[in-house]
Write a protein that binds this ligand. Structure first.
Ligand SMILES: [Zn+2]
Length: 304
């Protein structure tokens, strides 16, 4: 079983099939969950369903979609984040009729990382696309998505899976089941798979979790910085840290967060971005980690 097979069992997919049967599809969907792989594969599954009702996974349509080479199922962004050039490419492509399929499908991954300008540029396309054009836009958080995008799309909020289904997924995919991966994955299939495959990732998650909980004074910085600045996994720790603050931001919105304010998270994101830039510029890792942790500590106390 791979992740797409699992997603077929999900309630959101079944709802989509019902809409399709009743000819009630919208032209633009905004699909969200904190799990990037889940989001991407869910969009892929919808494209598969529209192109091969039987989901055979072995016909030309299915194989091309699975390999991201289908001429009528186009994936964005072309580089890391969705930018104005991606929106321009879509605007150019949108009126070109599908070549082998009945639908022209635009899948946009990680739209939460799209720039404001790029989101604005896309508005008209998602509002009134030509007939048989469909947008499957996914995001790990809706916080950074413009209200104008939200109002022009149908929302699908993906839900978690039962432990038994996830165990089956891990067993058949990796052959082994790491109990910690199930705990850390919190029911999200893509995350659970990722944790199961990558023990180091799991270790880094634990480290960041511990750091966020126990970084309380400048004395703690020395302790955490030494471990943080290890070259192995440095970038991964930065990404995990960023994701952790994404989650905290979500808690703030839901009124469940006491340590940080929305403004303080924005400042921390700035500091994380700065650290990423310095990392790419080959700066001293110890210095980067020191500055970052000190920055987080400052923000935490100043903004309180
Ligand atoms: Zn097929």
């Amino acid at each position: 079983m791979d992740i797409i097979n699992l997603l077929k069992e999900g309630v959101e997919y079944k709802n989509f099939c019902r809409l399709l049967e009743n000819n009630k599809l919208s032209h633009a969907y905004l699909i969200s969950s904190p799990d990037e792989e889940y989001n991407k594969n869910f969009c892929k599954l919808l494209a598969l369903k529209l192109n091969c009702g039987a989901l055979c996974m072995c016909c030309g349509n299915c194989l091309k979609i699975l390999n991201d080479t289908h001429p009528d199922v186009l994936n964005y962004p072309k580089n890391k984040n969705f930018v104005v050039d991606d929106a321009k490419a879509i605007i150019e492509e949108i009126n070109v009729l599908p070549m082998i399929s009945n639908y022209k499908i635009f899948i946009i991954n990680n739209f939460n990382k799209a720039t404001t300008q790029a989101q604005n540029k896309l508005l008209k396309s998602i509002e009134e696309p030509p007939k048989n054009v469909l947008f499957f836009i996914n995001a790990t958080t809706l916080e950074t998505i413009l209200p104008t995008v939200k109002s022009r799309t149908q929302k699908i909020t993906l839900s978690t899976f039962e432990k038994a289904s996830l165990i089956k997924l891990l067993k058949e995919k990796d052959g082994l089941v790491n109990e910690n991966a199930l705990i850390e994955g919190e029911g999200w299939p893509g995350l659970t798979l990722k944790y199961n495959e990558n023990q180091n990732f799991l270790k880094n998650c634990k480290f960041v979790e511990d750091l966020l909980e126990n970084l309380k004074s400048s004395k703690d910085i020395i302790k955490y910085s030494a471990q943080f600045s290890n070259k192995e996994g440095f970038e991964e720790r930065l990404n995990i840290l960023e994701n952790s603050f994404d989650k905290i931001l979500l808690n703030i919105v839901n009124g469940e967060e006491k340590d940080y304010s929305k403004e303080s998270i924005a400042l921390i994101f700035e500091k994380i971005n700065e650290a990423k830039k310095q990392f790419l510029a080959n700066c001293n890792l110890n210095l980067i980690a020191d500055c970052l942790l000190l920055g987080i500590l400052e923000v935490k106390y100043i903004c309180k």
